[in-house]
Design a binder for this molecule. Structure first.
Ligand SMILES: NC(=O)c1ccc[n+]([C@@H]2O[C@H](COP(=O)([O-])OP(=O)(O)OC[C@H]3O[C@@H](n4cnc5c(N)ncnc54)[C@H](O)[C@@H]3O)[C@@H](O)[C@H]2O)c1
Length: 406
């Protein structure tokens, strides 16, 4: 990192893995200066790595990195790289996260951090030992409507929180010919939809109302085999005709009852959370509903710029008001000047990049951190154990998270 003649701070960026998330992180860094010109930052895309040659080429030719390698270690060895985005499949997160920490690189890593809580904890320990900042790809929490919902809860405007409902219903694998990407292979992904989507929902609930203390879960696998997709080609939305069928090794659906921890803004609230990657109908219906004694709020990513609010309307006018995201809610004003003009998914990643870089510079730490990832991984681990044993399972408290009330 260096201060340039014009007073702006230049930060050298490294990227590991040039898939969906690698491209998105790169666009987020590039757009940071337009959304946040006042921060005085210049992000320089220095070095990307992907073992798939076409992806490494794309990093230079399309995304604008100065150089690219097949081996991620070359990125970590590069002295011009100050911060690294780790966008690899889950099985590489622990290895690469620990190596990044040991190389003294601050890192922004995709969720879930590794294949389960043991790997997440190992990355957390390595980051703490090295004193590097780590930020997690829990993008949905940055939606302005979610930031506003969290404020309503923290200010007590929904009253005492009684219960929460949430769903992460995706259809990326609803077609039985949907590709068997690394996400379906236990050695590569760990859990299925629990780690892939339920972790996001756990983070949303914890960010909005407080940590989950206990869960009771069920899981099921709807399609037990799928046509194989080679690593580094296509996307997990691909549909393959007459492909080689391989076994699906993790769950397509997960549902769980939860109890919120004592001492949180949503203390003792109970709830029901579901996740599916084979929904027919909902396409990316990622939502949360928070109910309190004075009001309630509903949000769904498919309508990211809306929040449905109830309460304070008087006994004769109960029901929901559709409130549009607007300047004053989260970072909305950085992207659009007025309500009704929508923000998009990419914008959430720009906000995430901003929170990461601000934390790296020691300015403010509003980012989802590695302790948040550990907390989500513990809840997912508890859900896995619960589904196996058909019992309620506790999830231990984690210090240092950004959960509501922490
Ligand atoms: N935050 C979100 O909303 C969100 C959305 C999608 C994916 N993710 C997460 O992002 C991560 C990546 O997912 P994706 O959808 O971008 O995957 P992807 O399959 O699109 O891309 C993965 C890339 O990793 C590369 N790769 C394979 N082996 C590698 C190695 N040894 N070193 C470096 N790169 C290697 C592949 O060639 C490929 O280009 C996963 O952890 C996933 O859970 C998060």
């Amino acid at each position: 990192m260096r201060t340039r003649e014009d007073g702006t701070v230049e930060i050298g960026v490294g990227l590991i893995s040039v898939g969906w998330m690698g491209r998105l992180h790169s666009r987020a860094y590039a757009n940071l200066r337009y959304a946040y010109p006042d921060l005085g930052l210049r992000l320089r895309l220095v070095h990307a790595a992907d073992p798939a040659p076409a992806r490494a080429d794309e990093a230079v030719e399309v995304l604008g990195y100065e150089r690219a390698s097949a081996d991620y270690r070359d990125v970590l060895r590069d002295p011009e790289v100050d911060v690294v985005s780790i966008c690899a499949p889950n099985f590489l997160h622990a290895e690469i996260g620990i190596a990044a920490a040991r190389a003294g690189k601050h890192f922004w890593i995709e969720k879930p951090v590794g294949r389960g809580e043991h790997e997440t904890r190992a990355v957390a320990e390595a980051a703490a030992e090295a004193g590097v900042v780590s930020s997690i790809g829990f993008n949905y929490r940055h939606a302005p409507a979610i930031e506003y919902l969290r404020e309503l809860v923290l200010e007590g405007r929904l009253g005492r929180i009684t219960n929460v409902r949430g769903q992460m219903f995706a259809d990326y694998s609803a077609d039985p010919r949907g590709a068997l990407s690394w996400r379906f292979v236990r050695e590569h992904a760990g859990t299925g939809v629990l780690g892939d989507l339920m972790g996001h929902l756990v983070d949303l609930v914890q960010y909005a109302i407080g940590p989950i203390a206990e869960v009771s879960a069920v899981t099921s696998t709807v399609y037990t085999e799928r046509p194989e997709l080679p690593m580094g080609t296509g996307t997990h939305f691909a549909v393959i005709e007459n492909g080689d069928m391989k076994a699906v090794e993790n769950e397509d659906y997960a549902g769980m009852l939860v109890r919120i921890a004592a001492g949180a803004p949503g203390a003792h609230a109970v709830g029901a959370l579901e996740a599916s990657r084979v929904s027919v109908g909902p396409r990316a219906s990622y939502g949360i509903e928070v109910y309190g004694t004075h009001g309630s709020a509903h949000w769904d990513f498919e309508r990211m710029n809306e929040l449905h609010l109830s309460g304070g309307l008087g006994a004769e006018n109960q029901g929901y008001t559709r409130v549009m995201a607007r300047p004053g809610m989260g970072d909305f004003a950085r992207f659009q000047p007025g309500a009704g003009t929508s923000m998009g998914y990419d914008d959430l990643k720009v906000i995430e990049a901003k929170k990461f870089v601000q934390a790296v510079l020691g300015r403010e730490a509003l980012n989802a951190n590695i302790q948040d990832a550990l907390s989500a991984a513990q809840v997912v681990g508890a859900a896995e154990r619960s589904a196996e044993t058909r019992t309620w399972q506790p999830s231990a408290p984690v210090d240092g998270t950004t959960a509501a009330g922490a």
